[in-house]
Design a protein around this ligand. Sequence first.
Ligand SMILES: NC(=O)c1ccc[n+]([C@@H]2O[C@H](COP(=O)([O-])OP(=O)(O)OC[C@H]3O[C@@H](n4cnc5c(N)ncnc54)[C@H](O)[C@@H]3O)[C@@H](O)[C@H]2O)c1
Length: 366
Amino acid sequence: MSGHGRVKVGIIGSQFAADIHADSFRMMPDEAEVVAIASPTPGNAEKLAKKHNIPRFFTDYREMLSEKDIEMVTITAPNDLHAQMTVDIANAGRHVVCEKPLCMTLEEADLMIETCKKKGVLLMYAEELFFAPKYVKAKEMADQGAFGKVYMVKQSEKHFGPHAPWFWDVERSGGGVFMDMGCHGIAFCYWFLGRPKIKTVYCHMNTYVHGDQTKGEDNSICILEFENGAIGVVEDSWARRGGMSDSIEIYGEGGVSYADLLMGNALPTYSEYGYGYAVEKAPTTKGWTYPVFEELWNYGFPQELRHFARCVRGKDEPQTTGEDGRLVQEVLYAGYHSAAIGRKVELPFQPEGVKKPIDLWLKGKS
Ligand SMILES: NC(=O)c1ccc[n+]([C@@H]2O[C@H](COP(=O)([O-])OP(=O)(O)OC[C@H]3O[C@@H](n4cnc5c(N)ncnc54)[C@H](O)[C@@H]3O)[C@@H](O)[C@H]2O)c1
């Protein structure tokens, strides 16, 4: 490995998140360049490679890992594959960027962290909300004392359900909307408050509209109690009509702030005829819609991935790590268990032998 110049990146996966990664690296090309892409369905890696001018493509990611120049590999594959891929990437001596949620189980999280440590590579947990400019601004103000003592932080993400079949299959995803999007809110509240210890987790969840296609919950509310007395409220839905929403609310004894990542950055628009694209998961572009601009930038993806490349060069310290992903995983366990028993659950909560987080809820339901 050269250790200088732009970091050479390989991407595993070729669909939704892979496209975001490839686009993001192109938006901020000063620190990294994508040189290869790997995805098993014949033709898919090639298609994405052509779209983004990426020179090499593979159907087997292990083959990509034998390319000597690749220094950092980003994982944008289904959740059940994150752990094995991380171990393979680390064993090949490359730095790892793993999409959220980190993996399926705490045992996997430990293996991922240990293997990366042993091999001397970074394990970076892709939580882009730490880089979303509006949310970063809210945190900056909080850290400057704008709101006095912050007592409640809320993060919410809602839409009508994911695009690919594996999300609905809890054997592959590990859970429903709480696992898929609650992981963002848990990480966000923890990060926003300056990483205080989480004392308890309380969760309510149910499957309200998608019971015909998943065992997973499609609506969840989670309350985190932190050691410093603040609470985090994490609200997520796959049952919400009308496109995607992502927002935060910050409450302190001395002030308040709200940020709406999508509608708050959109152009309220009426169109009789429709147009090309409004926003992720928008069901229509006719009638009243809220098209966003600079969607990836507003979410923080290019800034996040550039930061990871800088970490590989030793220019930055990782702001979101495998340990963060592991803590989120523990809260997911606690949240599913809480929803099953109808009471709050104290941390540490690290039961062994759980196959996937949602089992802790499904077991309690039957
Ligand atoms: N940070 C975010 O906001 C965000 C957004 C979307 C997805 N994600 C995460 O990214 C991951 C992928 O989600 P997605 O929406 O891109 O899913 P997707 O279904 O659109 O794409 C998954 C990709 O993984 C590939 N894949 C499957 N098996 C593979 C294998 N054995 N080897 C290599 N590639 C394989 C598929 O071929 C496909 O290209 C998930 O963990 C998801 O939670 C994160």
